[in-house]
Design a protein around this ligand. Structure first.
Ligand code: BGC
Length: 748
C-alpha cells in the first residue's frame, strides 16, 4: 500500500495539467477548434491511413512486436497493455515514427476500479448512491490514466433480469431508472468535468439488449421488440449519451435475428440520427467476425461492409476493416464518405482527450497514484454502502466487548482474488484485505479460522473441525458465496443455490446453537431461501473489492449501519426467472390462492387459483427490488402530493415524513414508484422514478420534499411516439418496491 501523500499530490498536480477548457454540454462536447483539427488531419490522410485508425488490436507485451503495424499507420487503438513504460514506447512509435504522428487510443476494461478495486457494478448499484459511484469512477480514471490508459470499456448498461446470466455482475441490475443514474455517474467520473490528462473516455456497452440473452446463456439471442428496447433497454444508453459518453460498444447478441454490429436500425437510426451521437462506436471483441458464426454474413469482407454500413467506426479484433475496407471502397461498395465519418469520430476523441499534446505518461510516478489512501477509503465506503442486510433477528450488530472468541469460516473468508469479483484484471491479491485479515487485525488473538471448505464447490459430509471450533466460539462468522470466476462474461449458471456443501456447513453451524452471521459474496442474487433459517443475520456483500474485509468488519461490529438495497429481485428458486418488480400488469393478478402444499389438506380440490402464480412457489420473490434492512428502523408517514391533477409539463411535488424510530443513526434509501393505471399499452405495475439517501439520527424525523417532473411519466406508446399519456396514476414513497401507501393523481 502506498502511503506517500506528498508524492501522490505532486503526481496528481502534474497529471491534472489541463489540455482544454471546460467541456461544452452537447453530445460528446466537440468544439469548432476540435473539428478544425480533425478536418486538417483527415485532409492529409491516405485511405489506408484512415482505415488504420479504424483498427483496434490487442497488443500486450513487447511493443517491438507491433512496431511495424503502428509505424505503418495500421493501428488506431490498442487494448490489453497496462505497463506505462511499454505504453510510452507504443506511443513513441505512433507519434514519432508513423507518417502523421497520430497517437494511439489505449483501451482497457477498467470496470470497477483499476488497482484499487471497488465492489462489482451490481454491488455499486446497491448503494443507490450515484455520487459515490462517480467518485469511484474518478479514482479508477486517476489510477488508470496515470499508467497511460485513456479509454475504459465501461459502464455496462445492460438491463439484466435473469441472474443465471453471469454478466449481471457487471451492470446495475434490473431497473432502467437506476441503471441510467449509475451509468451517468460513471461517465462523469471516468471522463471528469473537464478534459485533462486524467480524463478516461467511457464506453457505454453493450448496444443493445445483450442482458436479455435467452435462457441467461451468455451470447445467446434476444427477442426484444422495438417497444421493449425503447421503454426498457435504450433509456440508460440515451441518458449516458446525454451525460457526454465519448464512446459506445455494440453487443454480441442478435436481436430478432440482427446482430448488433450490423444493426443499422439501432446504431444508425437511433443512436446516430435520433440521439445525434457523434462519439466513437467500437465493436465488441470480434463481434464483427462473429456475424459470420451467426450466419449473418459469409466472410469477413461481407461483415465488414455490414458493420460500416450500420455506423460502426472501429473494429475490435476482427481485422475485418483493415483487411477489406480499402478494397470495398475501391470497388465502390462502400463510400469513402462513410470511412471519413468513422475516422472523424475516432480523431475527435483523440483530440478531445488531449492525446496529441500528452501522448506520454510519467511512468516513474504512475505507481504513486495507485492504492492512494483516499482511494482505499472510497473503496471501503463503497463496499459498506453496497452490502445489503437481508435478515437480522437481532444478532447484528455484534458488540465487540461481548464476543471474545470469533470463529471465521467459509470459502470466501480469505479469498483475496475472489472477493474482487469479475473484471478485476489489475487488482492485486497482495493489496486486497479479506474479512479474515481485517478481523485478525482488529481483534488480535481472538479470531479462530477454520475454513470448512476450500472453495465454494467443495463437497463434504461432515464438518467436525468447524463444529468443534464453533462450540468454543462466542460467535460464528460464515463467509459464503461464489468465486469471481462463477460470474461475469461467459459464466452463466443454471443452478443458483449456494454451491458445494456451503448450505450444509451453515446448517451444521446453526446446530451448535451459537449465533451465526452469514455473509454472502457473489456476482448475482443467489437463491438463498434455504439458508436463511440457518443464520441469525445475513449480509449480502456481492463481490466487495479491495477493501471488502474492513468494510464487512465495520458493518458486522456496528461502526457502520447497513444501507444497501437490492438492485435486483432476489428469487426463491431459479424457476421463477424472469421475475422483476416492474412487470406489466396482468389480466389476472395473484389473489393469494392456494399453493400445492395446501392441496393435500383439501383432498378433492380440483380448481386452484386462476391467476398468475406458481403452484409450488407462489407469486412473490424472496426479497423485492429495493429491499434492505438497517440496524435502525425507518417509518414513512403522512405521504402527500401538492395536487391532484397535473399538466403534462408540470412537476409533481410529493412529500412524506421519514422517521428514524430505531436506536441508532442510519441511512435510508427513499424510493418513489409510479403506476400509470391506463395506457395505450399495458403498463408496468410500478416504475422507479426517484431515489435518494437520507441519513437520520435515532429519534430524528424529517419531511421529505421530492419533485418528479411529469415528463418522467412519458413512454413509447401504441402510436410509436414517446409522450405522457393523460390519465390516472398512483405514486408510492417507500423503502422498497413492495411496500408503501398509494397516492392518486391524474395528468390532464
Ligand atoms: C467483452 C467486452 C470487453 C471486451 C474487451 C469482450 O469479450 O464482451 O465487454 O470490453 O471483451 O476486453
Amino acid at each position: 500500500m502506498k502511503t506517500n501523500r506528498n508524492l501522490f499530490l505532486a503526481v496528481l498536480a502534474a497529471v491534472l495539467t489541463a489540455c482544454g477548457g471546460p467541456r461544452p454540454a452537447s453530445t460528446v462536447g466537440t468544439t469548432p477548434e476540435v473539428e478544425r483539427r480533425v478536418d486538417q488531419l483527415l485532409a492529409k490522410m491516405t485511405l489506408a491511413e484512415k482505415i488504420g485508425q479504424m483498427n483496434q488490436i490487442s497488443a500486450g507485451g513487447d511493443p517491438a512486436n507491433y512496431a511495424e503495424a503502428v509505424r505503418g499507420g495500421q493501428v488506431g487503438s490498442i487494448l490489453n497493455e497496462v505497463d506505462p513504460v511499454r505504453l510510452n514506447e507504443f506511443q513513441r512509435i505512433a507519434v514519432e515514427e508513423s507518417r502523421l504522428g497520430i497517437p494511439l487510443l489505449v483501451g482497457r476494461d477498467v470496470i470497477h476500479g483499476f488497482h484499487t478495486v471497488f465492489p462489482i457494478p451490481l454491488g455499486l448499484a446497491a448503494t443507490f448512491d450515484p455520487a459515490l459511484v462517480e467518485e469511484g469512477a474518478r479514482i479508477a480514471a486517476l489510477e488508470a490514466t496515470a499508467q497511460g490508459i485513456r479509454w475504459t470499456f465501461s459502464p455496462m448498461l445492460d438491463i439484466a433480469r435473469d441472474p443465471r446470466w453471469g454478466r449481471m455482475a457487471e451492470g446495475s441490475g434490473e431497473d432502467t431508472w437506476l441503471d441510467a443514474r449509475m451509468g451517468e455517474a460513471m461517465v462523469r467520473g471516468y471522463q471528469g468535468t473537464q478534459w485533462d490528462t486524467t480524463s478516461m473516455a467511457a464506453c457505454i456497452k453493450h448496444f443493445v439488449g445483450y442482458g436479455a440473452a435467452e435462457g441467461g446463456r451468455d451470447y445467446n439471442s434476444t427477442f426484444l421488440t422495438e417497444r421493449q428496447l425503447r421503454n426498457i433497454y435504450l433509456p440508460p444508453f440515451e441518458a449516458a449519451v446525454k451525460a457526454g459518453a465519448l464512446t459506445l460498444m455494440t453487443s454480441f447478441n442478435d436481436n430478432d435475428g440482427v446482430p448488433s454490429t450490423g444493426n443499422r436500425f439501432v446504431v444508425k437510426d437511433i443512436l446516430r440520427d435520433e440521439w445525434g451521437f457523434d462519439g466513437l462506436v467500437v465493436t465488441d471483441w470480434n463481434s464483427m467476425g462473429e456475424m459470420i458464426s451467426h450466419g449473418f454474413g459469409s466472410d469477413r469482407k461481407e461483415v465488414a461492409q455490414q458493420a460500416i454500413e450500420a455506423g460502426v467506426d472501429m473494429d475490435m479484433m476482427t481485422y475485418g476493416y483493415i483487411s477489406h475496407l480499402e478494397e470495398l471502397v475501391r470497388s465502390g461498395a462502400v463510400k469513402e464518405s462513410a470511412i471519413n465519418a468513422a475516422v472523424r469520430n475516432i480523431l475527435r476523441i483523440k483530440v478531445m482527450l488531449g492525446l496529441f499534446e500528452h501522448p506520454y505518461v510519467d511512468a516513474a510516478a504512475a505507481g504513486a497514484v495507485q492504492y492512494a489512501p483516499e482511494h482505499l477509503d472510497a473503496a471501503r465506503r463503497s463496499a459498506e454502502e453496497s452490502a445489503v442486510l437481508l435478515k437480522n433477528d437481532g444478532t447484528l450488530p455484534l458488540d465487540a466487548g461481548r464476543v471474545r472468541t470469533i470463529l471465521v469460516t467459509g470459502p470466501m473468508a480469505d479469498a483475496p482474488h475472489d472477493q474482487l469479483g469479475t473484471w478485476a484484471f489489475d487488482g492485486q491479491k497482495e493489496h486486497t484485505v479479506t474479512p479474515l485479515a481485517a478481523l485478525r487485525e482488529r481483534f488480535p488473538g481472538r479470531v479462530v479460522y477454520v475454513p470448512g471448505l476450500v472453495n465454494s464447490r467443495q463437497k463434504r459430509d461432515r464438518f467436525d473441525d468447524v463444529v468443534a471450533a464453533a462450540r468454543q466460539a462466542d460467535v460464528i462468522l460464515a463467509f459464503l458465496g461464489e468465486e469471481a470466476i462463477l460470474s461475469g462474461e461467459a459464466h452463466s449458471l443454471a443452478d443458483l443455490n449456494l454451491k458445494g456443501s456451503q448450505s450444509e456447513l451453515l446448517a451444521a453451524l446453526k446446530a451448535t446453537g451459537k449465533p451465526v452471521v452469514a455473509t454472502v459474496m457473489a456476482g448475482r442474487p443467489l437463491t438463498i431461501e434455504r439458508d436463511l433459517p440457518n443464520c441469525g443475520a445475513l449480509l449480502y456483500a456481492f463481490h466487495p473489492g479491495t477493501m471488502g474485509g474492513p468494510a464487512l468488519a465495520n458493518l458486522i461490529f456496528g461502526d457502520v449501519t447497513p444501507s444497501g438495497k437490492t438492485p435486483v429481485t432476489f428469487l426463491r428458486t431459479v424457476g421463477q426467472v424472469p421475475m422483476y418488480y416492474s412487470h406489466n400488469m396482468t389480466g389476472r393478478p395473484y389473489q393469494g390462492e392456494m399453493l400445492l402444499d395446501d392441496i393435500e389438506a383439501e383432498a378433492g380440490q380440483t380448481s386452484l387459483g386462476n391467476t398468475s402464480y406458481y403452484l409450488d412457489y407462489g407469486a412473490y420473490p424472496l426479497f423485492p427490488f429495493g429491499f434492505g434492512l438497517s440496524y435502525t428502523r425507518f417509518t414513512y408517514s403522512d405521504p402527500a402530493l401538492d395536487g391532484t391533477t397535473y399538466a403534462r409539463d408540470g412537476v409533481i411535488r410529493a412529500s412524506c415524513t421519514l422517521s428514524n424510530t430505531g436506536g441508532c443513526e442510519g441511512t435510508e434509501v427513499v424510493q418513489v414508484y409510479v403506476r400509470d393505471l391506463v395506457g395505450s399499452l399495458t403498463r408496468p405495475l410500478k416504475e422507479l422514478k426517484h431515489f435518494e439517501r437520507v441519513t437520520l439520527q435515532a429519534g430524528e424525523s424529517c419531511r421529505l420534499e421530492i419533485e418528479i417532473p411529469v415528463s418522467e411519466l412519458a413512454f413509447w406508446g401504441l402510436d410509436g411516439t414517446k409522450k405522457v399519456e393523460p390519465g390516472d396514476f398512483q405514486l408510492w414513497i417507500s423503502g422498497d418496491s413492495a411496500s408503501g401507501e398509494a397516492l392518486s393523481f391524474s395528468v390532464r
